[in-house]
Design a protein. Structure first.
Length: 240
């Protein structure tokens, strides 16, 4: 996550770092009613403080071009073309499987989100409409990369384990997005500031899935033994 942390430091200072750290610290905490209530209060306060500080220190002038050309899309291209091809897992079979899953994951995020911002319907939405659309967008992304992974031969156990691992991150991302939508500090013409800030949040958490894939891989013990997958005309089998 070095690249994203540096990005937050450069763009948002300590407020952005605090927000980012809270997201990942919360991932390690067992969800409960008291934590959910505490987290909701804390995110409200942090986002409010964060945006007060930002608006005092710089003029916020976000255009549609900033949305369409957001760094999110460039980073996804970089991860797909440069980072994922260099990943290695515990066997040749698992390396192929997890690379396919991660590529499907990132491509779905890239394609679904880019279509959403390119269509531009978000510009005329009120809070309720924007909230509903982004929840539907999240569900569409999840459905897209799971179906795509399945079609590429990724075993259901891998898809299921990655889904379980991703759930907390998705939950917290949705919480942050909802707070952005509801915050008066993100009000701007055509919802540009809200969308730009939401894309920043998504960018900051996407790489966590890439990093967590190795943990998931190690957690799958003998459930893949004997599984086969074809890649470039060669059959790879998971060792017994």
């Amino acid at each position: 996550m070095d690249i994203n942390i540096l990005k937050f430091v450069d763009n948002y200072g300590p407020g952005g770092v605090a927000l980012l750290i809270l997201v990942f610290l919360a991932n390690s905490i067992v969800k409960s009613k008291w934590f959910s209530e505490w987290w909701s209060r804390m995110t409200d306060r942090i986002i409010e403080w964060f945006m007060k500080r930002k608006t005092k220190n710089a003029d916020i002038d976000i255009s549609e071009s900033d949305i369409i050309n957001h760094d999110l899309f460039n980073y996804i291209d970089f991860w797909i073309n440069s980072k994922i091809p260099t990943l290695e897992f515990s066997s040749e079979y698992r390396t192929i499987v997890f690379k396919r899953y991660l590529s499907s994951f990132l491509k779905s995020y890239q394609e679904v989100i880019f279509k959403f911002v390119s269509d531009g319907d978000y510009k005329s939405m009120d809070q309720s409409e924007l909230r509903k659309s982004l929840l539907e967008l999240t569900n569409s992304i999840i459905s897209s990369y799971e179906k795509r992974s399945e079609l590429l031969g990724v075993p259901s156990i891998v898809i299921s384990k990655m889904k379980s691992k991703n759930n907390d991150t998705i939950y917290l991302t949705i919480e942050l997005i909802q707070n952005i939508i509801n915050s008066n500090f993100y009000q701007s013409e055509n919802n540009f500031l809200k969308m730009f800030s939401i894309l920043n949040i998504i960018l900051s958490v996407l790489e966590s899935t890439i990093n967590s894939s190795e943990v998931v891989c190690k957690s799958i013990n003998g459930q893949l033994k004997g599984f086969k997958i074809e890649d470039r005309g060669k059959i790879y089998t998971e060792p017994y």
